[in-house]
Design a protein around this ligand. Structure first.
Ligand SMILES: [Zn+2]
Length: 264
């Protein structure tokens, strides 16, 4: 008997290609559009949260595609310089992109620093969460309708972690619901084995599912010592996000070594 894939066909259809940034939009035109089926990969989330600039958006769209449900442009919305080719043109708002990446980053940071407080009582992490709790105006235990006698006598770190975790849980719940994101069963019958697969209509939903999955597994995060991109700290020897970053550091060290004797 062959395997049965329950949930097949629910994979995300994504649009990717050579994107153009124009008037607050990221857009793709007909000749550049590739439609493909997105299967979540671990790098996807961290590539997304590493985006800080418009160039980062262009790179991301080339690799993964649009985040939301790309809007089909009206003829009069198509910029002059894109006309003349096949008149299929999709776009998304850059503001929406940066808003989403910043919300994901916030949650990623809150989670990461909460983990550090729990494991190493890192001073910097305590200060970071203190600042974030103030900035996000998260409810204080024992005030504003939230009361927990035990928490009132707990350490400041414990209360900060409590505030952060409430925020993480409620944000994840809302975002997963809004993005119609869920886990589906993939089942093979011989031998009987199942796997849970993240499924969402849009790439934005997949990003929330992946973040939820990282948090559910209690994975520790760290950052690339070259570019700062977040990675999963599964191997303490792993310091760089990619071969590219590792090679860059080695080449720099190599050049520095070679220059030293001549300069002294
Ligand atoms: Zn890196």
């Amino acid at each position: 008997m062959r395997g049965v894939e329950v949930g097949q066909g629910l994979a995300t259809r994504a649009l990717r290609g050579h994107a153009v940034i124009d008037h607050g939009r990221v857009s793709l035109r007909g000749s550049d559009i590739e439609e493909y089926t997105f299967v979540a990969e671990p790098d996807f989330l961290f590539d997304l949260t590493a985006i800080r600039s418009e160039r980062g958006v262009v790179r991301f769209v080339a690799e993964y595609g649009f985040l939301f449900e790309a809007r089909d442009a009206e003829d009069d919305e198509i910029p002059e310089f894109l006309k003349g080719g096949p008149l299929v043109y999709y776009w998304e708002s850059l503001d929406d992109w940066f808003e989403l990446t910043s919300r994901l980053q916030t949650l990623e940071r809150l989670y990461d620093h909460s983990q550090r407080i729990a494991s190493v009582r890192d001073r910097y992490s305590i200060q970071t969460i203190r600042n974030m709790v103030a900035e996000l105006e998260l409810p204080v235990p024992g005030s504003g309708g939230v009361s927990d006698t035990e928490l009132e006598f707990a350490s400041e770190e414990a209360r900060l972690v409590w505030q952060a975790s409430l925020h993480i849980a409620s944000t994840l719940t809302t975002e997963l619901e809004q993005n119609d994101a869920r886990f589906l069963v993939s089942l093979s019958l011989t031998p009987p084995r199942f796997a849970l697969l993240p499924a969402s209509r849009t790439l934005a939903g997949h990003a929330w599912l992946q973040l939820a999955s990282v948090i559910l597994q209690g994975l520790d995060l760290t950052s690339c010592q070259e570019c700062g991109r977040t990675l999963i700290a599964d191997d303490p020897r792993r310091r760089y996000c990619s071969d590219r970053c590792g090679t860059r550091v080695r080449q720099r060290r190599f050049r520095a070594k070679r220059q030293k004797p001549s300069s002294s």
